[in-house]
Ligand binder design. Structure first.
Ligand code: SF4
Length: 86
């Protein structure tokens, strides 16, 4: 993880799940809001995140094209990438 001067825990290329336990727990709470039938299947979810991880628009787990946490956006089955990358 690389840090910046204001928050050494922020990494431009990290997902929330790669951060501290508190961050992972908060992510889980967000993801649990999405009902089971509306969730992306695990393989597609990981494929979407792989695209985000290599995308120039991702910064600190956030898509700067839409402002969403990428893990949250990718988790919703009917969601899409604002730049149509997935
Ligand atoms: S949702 Fe699309 S634009 Fe945003 S970070 Fe992921 S691949 Fe990039």
């Amino acid at each position: 993880m690389t840090g910046d001067d204001t928050n050494p825990r922020i990494c431009k290329r990290c997902l929330i799940r790669d951060l501290a336990e508190e961050d992972r727990n908060n992510l889980r709470k967000y993801l649990d809001v999405i009902k089971e039938p509306d969730r992306t299947d695990p393989a597609r979810y990981e494929a979407r995140l792989a695209v985000c991880l290599s995308c120039e628009k991702m910064n600190a787990a956030t898509c700067t094209a839409c402002g969403c946490y990428v893990e949250f956006r990718a988790y919703a089955k009917n969601s899409h990438c604002p730049l149509k990358k997935w």
